[in-house]
Design a binder for this molecule. Sequence first.
Ligand code: ZN
Ligand code: ZN
Length: 157
Amino acid sequence: MAAEKRLAEMCEAFPLGYTPKVVWRGYRVTAGLAYYRVGVIGLSTRVLKDEKAVIETLVHEYAHLLAVARHGVRAAGHGAAWQRAMRDLGQEPKVRHNYEVERNVARQSVTYLCLRCGKHVVRARRLPRRRKYVHAQCGGDLRLAKVERITVVASDA
Ligand SMILES: [Zn+2]
Ligand SMILES: [Zn+2]
């Protein structure tokens, strides 16, 4: 997929120090979100209709992660650090104001640890307690490791 290729290129040319995880979500007005504390890029299944829009949004959100990786949380938003990151990544630093819903939103991030392979699995909410959950990739048991409030840097198209 072209988006995966683009992400790999950005990770190579402008490393963040980690590989961001891309997740698809049902955001209604927001094309994408950058969750800088957990290194996750959320893309909207409803707003993004074609590959071009997917890649533009992926670059936009990667630029948020890159700006924060370079300068810390104060580089959140669409200021100079984000604009420089966008230019580095080869995209005009434009914000589509028709979709723009810039805000800081506190959300929950729940991390599970796979007891077999040791990978962390990040989810937006806690799984119901009574059931047992397994890691889809390896079949190992998942154990709740961490629940934290995260702040969404930016939510926009
Ligand atoms: Zn596992
Ligand atoms: Zn943004």
